[in-house]
Design a protein around this ligand. Structure first.
Ligand SMILES: [Zn+2]
Length: 288
């Protein structure tokens, strides 16, 4: 076992060495340190996506009233991404969009490689297709800007992430337990402030370019903040709604509005009403 660990560490070091590199964000010029190759990252995204959809607890919506608005928005956001500074990466992604029928879960994510999922529970916060676009623009930028890979490169998860890939490539038996950790690429771990800010800024521009009113993003985050006063949405544990986020969006709004004004505007409709079921019952407090 010790030999295996040693061999594995050496292997890991050489993988780290081979793939170490710096790049910078084409919009913000922020430099990124990346230990994971794009192909590895996409493989982790694909694997996480397959695993999540394979979960028997997941129910995929087939209701056109829920699926169509998400598909319409995705089509425009993806097309805008293909015209953006991420055009090359957006072209190479194998995009797919899924709506998960779960009125209780307020969440949405996009994984490296372009796999997007929206839970119906987030519809009340999104409210309309402009709101869906604001969430999707933000999430898609996390994937396009390689924030997951960067996060894995700069903390201890890097080692875990690479093990996942190694295992995914058929090199080890510990498979699925570790693979489930790859979900951390885009779903479970909170992004850093700089990643959040970058996703807000570029997401705002992408949303406007796709023909959606960027001003809805401010209202969206206000609704998020509002709903966090009860049971906080899952989305907020990875994307905190705070004053800085909203004031930054307002600061960037003139730039986004200029893009929106000359865009091919989307027709926007309200989302179907989802009445979130009450949180799962806890035992009632004892009466005295
Ligand atoms: Zn985010």
């Amino acid at each position: 076992m010790r030999n295996f660990t040693l061999t594995f560490s050496l292997l890991l070091s050489s993988v780290l060495f081979l793939h170490a590199g710096c790049s910078s964000n084409p919009y913000t010029d922020r430099s990124q340190f990346l230990l994971i190759s794009e192909a590895q990252e996409i493989q982790m995204g694909e694997q996480s996506y397959a695993q999540m959809l394979g979960d028997p607890k997941i129910k995929i919506s087939k209701n056109p009233a829920e699926v169509d608005p998400v598909q319409r928005v995705a089509k425009r956001i993806i097309a805008a991404a293909k015209r953006s500074k991420y055009a090359e990466r957006a072209q190479s992604f194998n995009w797919a969009v899924t709506v998960i029928k779960d009125d209780r879960t307020k969440n949405a994510w996009a994984l490296p490689g372009g796999k997007i999922a929206f839970y119906t529970g987030i519809f009340p916060e999104a409210k309309n297709e402009n709101g869906l676009a604001a969430i999707m623009g933000h999430e898609v930028v996390h994937a396009l800007a390689r924030h997951g890979a960067e996060r894995m490169s700069t903390n201890s998860t890097a080692q875990l992430g690479l093990s996942v890939v190694t295992i995914a490539l058929g090199m080890g038996p510990v498979g699925s337990e570790l693979a489930s950790q790859a979900v951390g690429l885009g779903v479970l771990l909170p992004f850093s402030r700089s990643h959040e800010s970058e996703a807000d800024y570029i997401g705002l521009l992408l949303t406007a370019e796709a023909g959606y009113d960027p001003r809805e993003s401010v209202r969206l985050w206000q609704r998020m903040a509002q709903s966090s006063q009860g049971a906080p949405p899952e989305f907020l544990s990875t994307h905190p709604a705070n004053e800085t986020r909203i004031s930054d969006l307002q600061k960037w709004m003139p730039e986004a509005m200029a893009i929106f004004e000359r865009s091919n505007k989307a027709s926007v409709s309200a989302l179907p009403i989802i009445t979130s079921p009450p949180p799962k019952k806890k035992p009632a407090p004892k009466q005295h």
